[in-house]
Write a protein that binds this ligand. Structure first.
Ligand code: ADP
Ligand code: 5GP
Length: 429
């Protein structure tokens, strides 16, 4: 029901068999699309614009690079090639799988932009086989084949950034391997969400998600960064994964979602989520004040720094043989400043005894409608981990909801559903 598509990147030297295996995947699996790249190369023989590539001139390519049109782009064998960002994100947001057949530099860029992408490196059994495939493909002159052989060594050195390796000797064996990788990735619970069969056991758990259809949800995410000088800053260990997972959950439930994110490792919202990037608590507050008045819910998943340096030193502070001190002042209380503008689901990361009562007191003090308490002192959950668990408390006094330990994606769906049930009941009086 809430399956997201997977992004598979098949890369390796020219002639390795990427195109053959990428097209095999697209034909073998339903709901799977091939990404047509944009290139500055001229069309060859039977190639068709829009089917094999989108052929553009140098100026057009440069202008698209400037306008952040590409998810990745690279210069390969003297021409430039790139993958359109919006198209890929849109397909994934619709639950479609996307297969990219691109060069290794591009594959590495995709992994940086979308850490969940699955990277497969393809190489034939030996260099002589690579040369013979390039020669027999009949698409390249002798000089071009030599150039591509020279480039191969550099491309192989990128292999360490990939998830899987396929030695493309016997084609049937390679096809079966790439099929296994695809099937395994599709079976990952992270990519499935709640399977229908599991929902039967907990029919009420995600009830409430339907409330978000057509609603507008703002999610704040990641840490904030409070600068000390132009280089150093005060921040925290938040990775941004919980916020991105929440954005994904509300989007899958049918909401129009805005993600206001500090500088996080995960700033990769899916599909049509609108991203607003901020740095410090003051910037984040300004962005939230713009977004909150038209929101049906603000989810404050961001780990906002409580203190910031009183002043920012210009340039880079020099190292000296004396102690220096940093004077910090409190940052604004974000939740307290926006809770009059829309309902707020706040987050509390608590350590030690009395966590529950502190979280409930925080919710009341800041005027939030609900609060998700996650424990910083439980191993394997919370900041810098892939998992979370906790409890949602409601200002209305309605019964708390326990979110069992699971991936942040699972936790996000549970939290979005709990908030939806609460909002529905509040609306119904
Ligand atoms: P790439 O996209 O990596 O440049 P291609 O998919 O175009 O490579 O494959 C290069 C050539 O090798 C093509 O002629 C293709 O039909 C052939 N080929 C691909 N895989 C195999 C294989 N396992 N055995 C034999 N030939 C292959
Ligand atoms: P060709 O000109 O033979 O079609 O492709 C040359 C190389 O460019 C191949 O290695 C191919 O995978 C790579 N390529 C094709 N499209 C893209 C793209 O969108 N991005 C990147 N980085 N490489 C691409």
């Amino acid at each position: 029901m809430f399956n997201s598509g997977i992004l598979v990147v098949v890369a390796g030297p020219s002639g390795a068999g990427k195109t053959t295996l990428a097209h095999f995947l697209v034909n073998r699996f339903q709901n799977t699309e091939f990404s047509v790249s944009t290139t500055t190369r001229s069309p060859r023989g039977t190639e068709i614009d829009g089917k094999d590539y989108f052929f553009v001139d140098d100026d057009e390519f440069t202008s698209r690079v400037k306008n952040s049109f590409f998810l990745e782009w690279a210069e390969v064998h003297d021409n430039r090639y790139g993958t359109e960002s919006i198209w890929v994100r849109r397909q994934l947001g619709r639950g479609k799988n996307v297969v990219l057949d691109i060069d290794v530099q591009g594959a590495v860029q995709v992994k940086q932009a979308m850490p969940s992408a699955v990277l497969i490196f393809v190489l034939p059994a030996g260099m002589d086989v690579l040369r013979s495939r390039l020669e027999h493909r009949n698409t390249d002159s002798g000089k071009t084949v030599e150039k591509r052989m020279e480039a191969a060594a550099g491309e192989v050195s990128f292999m360490g950034a990939f998830d899987y390796f396929i030695c493309n000797d016997a084609l049937e064996k390679s096809q079966s391997e790439v099929e296994s990788i695809f099937t395994a990735e599709k079976s990952k619970l992270q990519n499935i969400g709640w399977p229908e069969q599991a929902l039967e056991y907990h029919p009420g758990y995600i009830e409430g998600l339907s409330f978000w259809q057509g609603k507008r949800v703002v999610v704040s995410s990641g840490p904030t960064r409070e600068m000390i000088d132009d280089v150093r800053f005060v921040s925290n260990r938040s990775s941004g994964l919980m916020g991105v997972s929440l954005a994904e959950a509300f989007l899958a439930a049918g909401a129009d979602v805005v993600l206001v994110s500090g500088p996080a490792f995960h700033v990769d919202p899916p599909g049509s989520v609108r991203l607003v990037q901020v740095t410090g608590a003051v910037d984040m507050l300004a962005a939230l004040k713009v977004e909150a008045p038209s929101a049906d819910l603000l989810v404050m998943a961001a780990a906002v720094a409580d203190y910031k340096p009183v002043s920012i030193s210009p340039g880079k502070l020099k190292r000296e043989k004396r102690n220096i001190s940093l004077t910090l002042e409190p940052t604004p209380d974000l939740t307290g400043s926006v809770s009059a503008l829309c309902p707020v689901l706040s987050f509390a990361l608590e350590y030690g005894d009395g966590a529950e009562s502190r979280a409930v007191a925080k919710m009341k003090k800041k005027g939030a409608s609900a609060i998700f308490l996650n424990r910083g002192d439980r191993p394997g959950v919370g900041m810098e981990t892939a998992c979370n668990s906790g409890t949602v408390f409601f200002a209305s006094g309605r019964e708390r909801v326990e979110i069992p330990c699971g991936s942040k994606k699972f936790a996000a769906f549970g939290i979005a559903a709990a908030a939806g049930r609460e909002m529905k009941e509040l609306q119904n009086g």
